[in-house]
Write a protein that binds this ligand. Structure first.
Ligand SMILES: [Zn+2]
Length: 296
């Protein structure tokens, strides 16, 4: 930008602001996630959701929606899981947080970006006003369409009625040249076209898993890592991702559909600090939340 005396001044980069929303808690049996965890070790972890605001563009976007309070409205398979294997507590949900912030979900939220479509991240989209669109990573929408989803498939965790018609915004397919490299990541998408929010392809966890890299100051970034890992010890390399025996299928299972891809992505997230000044936040990191309750 040229000033009156003809000298160029650097233009400040666009930034977003970030606020945390309550999304309830899960009681995670750690043997599903951390190799070598005791079979009876259960940790109460948050399902964090976020409000991202681009003040220049006057846009409000959510990243994930945590758990819904009316758990009986999940598909029967999810509801069963919540009664048996992974218990939940939802003292407050994102709608409680938005109300406290005086943000009206019926009119004020432009879009919701889902890191992925697992039940602990999608909340209750039906309570958002009709102006809100729901942004999905490449391949995610296949999970909630077609005969594999509920109710055609009664055992599915994915509900074909999750998002009403016409409100899904699919990000470009992974082979589109709209995805460009940034730092250690081969594929990122500039969501607001001003560099303040990069969507990052995060393969390995489940179809369409994406993360968000936010510029919150000119030299300060936050990386919302979704379910890249379910425990910070996996991110810092002191523990490994679990593979555990599953009686139902008679085989070994992993919380990620492709463990090798998931581990490669974890390594990229670790490497990010070599490029920028960044704080990485996992959706279910209870340690992070305990020490950062009043930030964001
Ligand atoms: Zn999750």
């Amino acid at each position: 930008m040229a000033t009156a005396d003809g000298h160029d001044q650097p233009v400040a980069p666009s930034v977003v602001s970030l606020r945390r929303l309550e999304g309830g808690f899960l009681h995670l049996p750690m043997r599903f996630f951390v190799q070598g965890a005791n079979t009876d070790e259960v940790r109460r972890v948050p399902c964090m959701a976020w409000l991202i605001e681009n003040h220049n563009l006057k846009k409000k976007v959510l990243f994930d929606m945590g758990l819904r309070k009316d758990v009986e409205s999940y598909t029967p398979a999810v509801f069963r899981r919540m009664q048996t294997t992974v218990k939940a507590e939802i003292p407050e949900d994102i709608y409680d947080s938005l109300r406290k912030m005086q943000i009206d979900p019926q009119s004020d939220v432009d879009s919701v970006i889902f890191s992925h479509l697992h039940y602990d991240h999608v909340g209750d989209p039906s309570r958002m006003g009709t102006q809100t669109s729901f942004v999905l990573g490449p391949g995610a929408s296949d999970l909630i369409t077609g005969p594999k989803s509920y109710p055609e498939n009664q055992d599915s965790h994915y509900d074909s009625n999750l998002i009403t018609n016409g409100r899904i915004l699919n990000l470009p397919s992974a082979d589109s040249n709209l995805w460009v490299a940034f730092g250690p990541f081969p594929k990122t998408y500039d969501y607001f076209h001003d560099g303040s929010l990069l969507i990052v392809l995060a393969p390995g966890h489940c179809p369409g898993h994406i993360n968000a890299l936010l510029r919150i100051e000119s030299d300060r970034w936050v990386y919302l890592a979704g379910d890249t890992a379910h425990d910070p010890r996996i991110l810092d390399g002191t523990k490994q991702m679990a593979e555990y025996w599953d009686d139902d299928t008679g085989g070994f299972k992993c919380a990620h559909i492709d463990k090798n891809e998931a581990m490669l992505h974890v390594q990229r997230v670790r490497d990010l600090k070599n490029y920028i000044n960044v704080e990485v936040i996992l959706s279910h990191d209870g340690n992070w939340l305990n020490s950062n309750k009043h930030r964001f």
